[in-house]
Unconditional design. Structure first.
Length: 360
């Protein structure tokens, strides 16, 4: 657009020509794409009406308000015409698409088959139900943990060989993805001291650098902790006996074998009678009749001190079990990687009875 000497009258003439041309172009547009091109031509950054607004500085001072008002009115009018034409073109397009189509609105809708809970979700819900029925609370802690809470507070100093058994994902020199849910023990005790009893389970996701048929770099644990006056190993055995029978059946037996964990003393590996053969010996239990299920023991005095409790006044027990391990035994799953493959054929097996399970 050439504005000549830039006087108000010439600018107004340019504006009127642009307004008229825009109205004709909008009326002639037969498609939304064409209409968009019209918008850009007149209202875009370099559009004809936009150029008039940008040229107000060339107008005599006493005429600028008038020219600016008329230019804004022209812009608003063109925007309105474009919006109305776009609405009409959209209606025409919808009518065209629906032409010849017929829908019976009395037909019933299509109901997708229900999904299925993941076996880990089912297993965790059952574990929580059992322990809550015994009076335990469910506690949580952060998945990104400090070295102190993840190791040192649990009686595992920096040079302790037990760290070699837990290949860790460190984010910085002192921050890592937690390798166990045991840090929740100390966090909960420090937040609740001197409250008694402390009676919690702490389910959650943990991380270790393992990856094979029986190990995953991401897996789930449930930590259990009970601290009170007069707690004994017999209390621990009673709780775990009941848990095993609830999960694997009323005939399930437990066996405690001496072991070592830095944060418990004494410590034990806990086995259950084989869920396949009932203890008579089979391939699953390698002929022993027993399956390892979890680790447990009496809370180490130093861990009690780190949690703010006096080991001369109170005692406690702790245990930790892998949710994947329980799920694999409970449902006969032979490879832990199936739990994370996202294969709907696998997940469909856990759909409610008589229902189709997840859709593909």
């Amino acid at each position: 657009m050439t504005l000549g000497d830039g006087k108000a009258e010439e600018l107004l003439a340019c504006l009127e020509r642009a307004r008229t041309a825009a109205a004709e172009a909008v009326a002639a547009a037969e498609h939304l794409a064409t209409l968009e091109a019209v918008r850009v031509r007149f209202l875009g950054r370099s559009g004809e009406i936009t150029q008039v607004l940008r040229s107000l500085g060339q107008v005599e001072t006493d005429r600028r308000p008038e020219v600016g008002r008329l230019a804004n009115e022209a812009r608003a009018e063109v925007e309105r015409l474009i919006a109305e034409r776009a609405s009409r073109l959209e209606e025409v397009e919808l009518d065209r698409r629906l032409e010849g189509e017929w829908v019976d609105i009395t037909l019933p809708g299509t109901v997708p088959p229900p999904g299925a809970y993941h076996p880990l979700t089912l297993t965790l819900a059952e574990i929580e139900r059992i322990f809550v029925s015994m009076g335990f609370e469910v506690a949580e802690g952060p998945e990104v943990e400090t070295d102190w809470y993840n190791f040192q507070a649990l009686n595992i100093p920096r040079d302790h060989p037990a760290r070699d058994m837990q290949a860790s994902f460190y984010l910085t020199g002192d921050i890592l993805l937690r390798t166990q849910t045991s840090p929740v023990q100390v966090r909960y005790m420090r937040a609740n001291t001197p409250r008694l009893p402390v009676k919690i389970i702490a389910p959650g996701r943990v991380y270790r650098r393992d990856d094979d048929a029986t190990h995953s770099p991401v897996f789930h644990q449930v930590e259990g902790l009970l601290v009170d006056r007069g707690v004994t190993m017999g209390d621990l055995k009673g709780v775990l006996d009941l848990f095993a029978r609830e999960v694997f059946g009323p005939r399930t037996r437990t066996r405690f074998r001496p072991s070592y964990f830095p944060f418990t003393e004494p410590s034990a590996e806990v086995d259950v009678s084989c869920t396949i053969c009932g203890g008579s010996g089979c391939r699953t239990c390698k002929g022993t009749g027993w399956l390892e299920i979890l680790g447990a023991g009496m809370v180490h005095p130093q861990v009690l001190r780190n949690g703010g409790y006096d080991p001369e006044e109170v005692s406690g027990f702790a245990f930790g079990l892998g949710i994947e391990r329980v799920a694999m035994l409970r449902y006969g799953i032979g490879d832990i990687r199936l739990l994370y493959a996202g294969d709907v054929r696998f997940l469909r097996q856990f759909a409610p009875a008589g229902e189709g399970g997840v859709t593909e």
